[in-house]
Design a protein around this ligand. Structure first.
Ligand code: PNW
Length: 484
């Protein structure tokens, strides 16, 4: 027995248990440790907000219901070869019809907040012009249902589903203006009950991925000049959106945005690498977050882009730099920076082939990204408040015959990320809340339904939702306000 490794020992025990018909003890579903003080000390401050996030096109379905117009994602997903197995968001989780059930899922978790998005083409089927009262009515009912269950809605106005009728999409400056009108109309009508708004989600995903790489809607591969110009239209839309919601909501509710800023971690926590990571953060986010928070394009960016730099009109930069009340960060993955003697003063480390990742190949594991994501942004720009507007992972979830989904890898990912986020909270960075991506499995863009990110397993044939082990874990985290 002496030279038996622990792993082999584990296997031997498991084999013996299986052979004897024994099973290992499991947490009974519904077992809770609520109210018991957690000994580890990994508590979050009182009042910290726990939530889940989703986005309209990923969960709603009802693509043709209630007068909704098509978005670029409808067109893209219906184009052969663009998404996994040609899957579309036509039905998705059918939250359009099942939203009351989904609010109960949230309630059972005990979340205080829920981040959702509004489909622009439900409100304005053609992107501009005549609004569609049935679209507004749908969101009004969802919001009432949330509030009736003591859940505060945090609403994103645009999570990539650009109305297809807007000619040229983000290549056209008119789209930024149409967004401002849509933001004004929507906040005017829902701002009596919604007090937290985010303009747009993740610039890079609806600009670069859609118009440069072509892996997302509308699937174009444009040259750097036009791409820089449409990036400009995207940040302009954000700025005009902030102005519109300030002008159109009765109490001037907090407005912000949700951004997947590139997170740079120092390769070693020494002063020179920490400084390199800070510089790298400002540079890597130059066309988006850096410009929005500084109200001007960084010199290095303009120099780097030269003749391809965006054309800016009078008043654009003032709008783009409109102050926001909170910054939402969607944090999933780290990059690592080190100090060097180049003019920029940093280099980004290559990750070796063996670097571990979760079930999506891009989802590399480095939970310290939660701490550094918050710290770099706060040290550079001092936003008044931060929310983690997304964090979570895909997993190869299997629904067992006994109704369980044992997503221990998701729990591992979340536990580690929340542990590192707490370091930022401890050091006084103004992190107010955390939205886990996602409430339930949903349409994962180009990956279709092949990648599951939910706390609830969705059978996409029957639309049945089943809580995974991670849902039970998160319910206990929320109840104890601590990492478990
Ligand atoms: C987010 N990255 O996208 C989106 O906001 C969600 O709609 C999406 O479902 C979720 O993450 C999971 O993919 C991201 O490469 C895409 O770091 C890529 C990255 C981060 C976020």
């Amino acid at each position: 027995m002496k030279d038996i490794t622990r792993r082999l020992f584990g296997k031997t025990v498991a084999a013996a248990a299986a052979a004897s018909g024994l099973s290992f003890p499991r947490f009974a579903s519904g077992q809770s440790t609520q109210g018991v003080p957690h000994p580890s000390g990994l508590r979050y401050p009182d009042g910290f907000k726990w939530g889940c996030a989703t986005a309209a096109y990923q969960v709603e379905g009802g693509a043709h219901d209630g007068g909704r117009g098509p978005s670029l994602w409808d067109v893209f997903s219906h184009t052969p070869g663009k998404t996994h197995d040609g899957e579309t968001g036509d039905v998705a989780d059918d939250s359009y019809h099942l939203y009351k059930e989904d609010v109960q899922l949230l309630k059972n978790l005990g979340v205080q907040v829920y981040r959702m998005s509004i489909s622009w083409s439900r409100i304005f089927p053609k992107g501009a012009g005549e609004p569609n009262p049935a679209g507004l009515d749908y969101y009004s009912r969802v919001i009432d249902e949330l509030l009736a269950n003591n859940i505060t809605p945090y609403v994103t106005l645009f999570h990539w589903d650009t109305p297809a009728a807007l000619a040229g999409g983000w290549q056209s400056r008119d789209t930024s203006k149409a967004f401002a009108d849509y933001a004004a109309y929507t906040t005017r009508h829902l701002g009596d009950r919604v007090k937290h708004w985010m303009t747009t989600n993740e610039f890079v995903c609806f600009t670069d991925l859609g118009y440069f790489e072509g892996s997302f809607a509308p699937g174009l591969r444009l040259a750097p000049g036009p791409v820089n110009q449409l990036r400009h239209h995207a940040i302009l839309a954000h700025g005009l959106g902030v102005q519109a919601l300030r002008a159109n909501t009765p109490a001037g509710p907090p407005g912000g945005r949700a951004e997947n800023a590139v997170v740079m971690c120092p390769i070693i926590e020494t002063p020179e690498h920490i400084e390199a990571a800070r510089r790298a953060t400002r540079f890597a986010n130059a066309p988006f977050l850096t410009t929005v928070l500084e109200g001007k394009y960084p010199e290095e960016y303009l120099k780097h882009e030269g003749a391809n730099a965006p054309k800016v009109e009078d008043g654009d930069m003032k709008a783009i730099g409109s102050p926001i009340d909170f910054l939402g960060l969607n944090i999933y993955v780290p990059l690592y920076a080190r100090a060097d003697s180049s003019p920029l003063g940093f280099a980004v480390e290559q990750q070796p082939e063996s670097y571990p990742h979760m079930w999506s190949p891009w989802l590399t594991i480095g939970p310290e990204c939660m701490y550094w994501g918050v710290r770099n942004v706060c040290d550079l720009w001092k936003p008044p408040a931060i929310y983690i507007t997304e964090n979570g992972t895909s997993s190869s979830d299997v629904l067992k015959p006994d109704g369980r989904v044992e997503d221990t890898d998701r729990i591992m990912y979340l536990r580690n990320h929340l542990t590192h986020l707490r370091r930022a909270v401890d050091e006084g960075y103004p992190v107010k809340g955390y939205f886990l991506w996602s409430l339930m499995d949903n349409f994962e863009w180009a990956d279709g339904y092949s990648k599951r990110f939910g706390l609830h397993y969705v059978d996409f044939k029957t639309l049945k939702r089943t809580p995974k082990l991670s849902a039970e874990w998160y319910r206990n985290v929320i109840a104890q306000n601590a990492v478990l």
